[in-house]
Each structure stands twice: as structure tokens, then as C-alpha cells.
Design a protein around this ligand. Structure first.
Ligand code: COA
Length: 261
């Protein structure tokens, strides 16, 4: 796979590190970056050797400072809607991976940058990171899922507060409202992301995928329907080879060997 604006590396544990590399524009997402991200997410989805994903930005200043504002000039309403839908679809690829992912937020995560980070399974931020959806300052609104995922993550009141003011949160404030899961030093950022993924990857892969799916789909359902979904997924897990292996290993006081079946 040849990328110009991303680097894509897979380590021996099967963790893919995808780095957006456009530091001179604070890693802003132009059409070329979005297209390469789509290719990278598809590769992660299809490659059975890849177990998890870390997404970050090059340098220490920015994770991703948003969609490339230069590409908004002259868009008609129809083109603007298409622009939004195309980006949403690529971001959804990350969210819908049946593999855990971490956004390692190394600096500014603004607009499309924060919207992309919200599609990762969890977010870990460096102390210096700043996060926000500043689109209203440009006379725009978030168009890559921000109006929908931010309230789902932090609640309606906090999302309205952030989106209407277009203000940036510090990493600590983002931690306090649940937008990020942890704050660490810049030097420790990729290590912390790897540490969490490594812990997850020791567990039954089928169970991890089922838990992700059930949480994701269940949040969009009534509690009654979601509980039914959970019960079906539990049935699948408990009767899977991994479920049988995990429970037998516990009872036999030995370490489980999971196969993802
Ligand atoms: N789209 C296009 N270019 C961007 C960009 C974006 N979202 N964010 C930063 N850049 C470019 C700047 O235009 C500048 O390019 P130049 O050197 O060719 O002039 C370069 O990246 C460096 O950014 P600069 O603004 O000089 O850095 P700064 O430290 O003064 O400010 C920010 C940093 C993040 C506060 C500022 O760049 C900013 O507000 N960016 C836009 C954030 C935004 O509104 N995102 C949502 C977009 S919908």
C-alpha cells in the first residue's frame, strides 16, 4: 500500500499505527487524506493479521486541525451535502471496524479531527492537546458527525455549550466531561494507546467484537430491544469456542487460549 499523506505500520502484536502526515497544514483533512484514510481503514478491516488500530497525527502540534478549510470555497448546497456524506461514510468505516481503535490525540483535535477521533473506540490525549468543534466561527456547522456523536459522548448540554461557542477544551477538561478516556504526557501517548490495546487483545476477540457491536447498536434502540440484542449476543458468546475455552480455562485454573471462533 502506497500512501503519500499517511504512514501505515503494523507491529508484531498486530497493532496498526496510522499517522496523518500533513504537518505544515496541521494535518488538516483534504480530499486526498480522506481518501487515503478510507483505504487504510479498509486494509485494517480486511487484514486478519491486524487486530487493532491507533490513529494519530504527525508532530506535536496537531492531531488533525479539521477539514481543509480551503476546500470549502464555492461549494453549492448539493456539493456541500455530498462533501459531508462522503466524509461521514469514511469516518463510519473507523467506527464500524470490528476491531478496537484508539485516537492518540497529540495536539489540536478540531472540527473534523475531533469528529474522526470520536469514531475511535477510545480517545487518549496528550496534556497539551486542545479539542473542539469551532465550525460556527467559520459560519458553518460540524458536518462529519459532530452534531450527533458529541452529544452522545458528553450529553446534550455540554455538546451545545461547546458547539455553539466553538470553544476549545483542554485535555483535562475533555477528560472531566468524558470526551477523552485518559490524559498522558506527549512522550507517553503512543505507549498508553498500545498498552490499552494490548490489554484488550489478550481477551477473546469474538467477545470483544460482540461487546463493541452490542454497545454501539444498543445505544440507538429502546432499552427493551437493546436488552434482547444483548441476550442474543450473550448466547453467541457463551456457545462460541472462545466462550467455552475461557470459562473452562478459568475453572481449570489455566490460561485461556482464544482463537476468535
Ligand atoms: N484547514 C486548512 N488549513 C489549516 C487548517 C484547516 N482546518 N488548520 C490549520 N491550517 C493551516 C493554516 O492555514 C496554516 O497554513 P499556512 O502556514 O500555509 O498559512 C498552517 O496550517 C498553520 O496554522 P496556523 O493557523 O498558522 O497555526 P496557529 O498555531 O496560529 O493556529 C489553530 C492553530 C489550530 C488555532 C488554527 O490553525 C486554526 O484555527 N485552524 C482552523 C481550525 C478549524 O476551524 N477547524 C475546523 C475546520 S471546519
Amino acid at each position: 500500500m502506497a500512501f503519500e499523506l499517511l504512514s501505515f505500520e503494523v507491529d508484531t502484536d498486530g497493532i496498526a499505527l496510522v499517522t496523518v502526515r500533513r504537518p505544515e497544514k496541521l494535518n488538516a483533512l483534504n480530499a486526498a487524506v480522506i481518501s487515503e484514510l478510507s483505504t487504510a481503514f479498509r486494509a485494517v478491516q480486511e487484514d486478519t493479521q491486524v487486530k487493532g488500530l491507533i490513529l494519530t497525527g504527525e508532530g506535536v502540534k496537531a492531531f488533525i486541525a479539521g477539514a481543509d478549510i480551503a476546500e470549502f470555497a464555492g461549494l453549492s448546497a448539493v456539493e456541500g451535502e455530498r462533501f459531508s456524506r462522503q466524509g461521514q461514510a469514511v469516518f463510519r468505516q473507523l467506527e464500524a471496524l470490528r476491531k478496537p481503535s484508539v485516537a492518540a490525540i497529540n495536539g489540536f483535535a478540531l472540527g473534523g479531527g475531533l469528529e474522526l477521533a470520536m469514531c475511535a473506540t477510545i480517545r487518549i490525549a496528550a496534556e497539551e492537546a486542545k479539542l473542539g468543534l469551532p465550525e460556527v466561527k467559520l459560519g458553518l456547522i460540524p458536518g462529519y458527525g459532530g452534531t450527533q456523536r458529541l452529544p452522545r459522548l458528553v450529553g446534550k448540554a455540554k455538546a451545545l455549550e461547546m458547539i455553539l461557542a466553538g470553544s476549545m477544551l483542554t485535555a483535562r477538561d475533555a477528560l472531566q466531561c468524558g470526551l477523552v478516556n485518559a490524559v498522558v504526557s506527549q512522550d507517553g501517548l503512543l505507549g498508553a494507546a498500545r498498552e490499552w490495546l494490548t490489554k484488550v487483545l489478550l481477551n477473546g476477540p469474538l467477545a470483544v467484537a460482540l461487546a463493541m457491536d452490542t454497545i454501539e447498536a444498543g445505544l440507538e434502540m429502546s432499552l427493551e430491544a437493546a436488552l434482547r440484542l444483548e441476550a442474543s449476543a450473550f448466547g453467541l458468546a457463551v456457545s462460541s469456542q472462545d466462550g467455552i475455552e475461557g470459562t473452562s480455562a478459568f475453572l481449570a485454573k489455566r490460561k485461556a487460549v482464544f482463537t476468535g471462533k
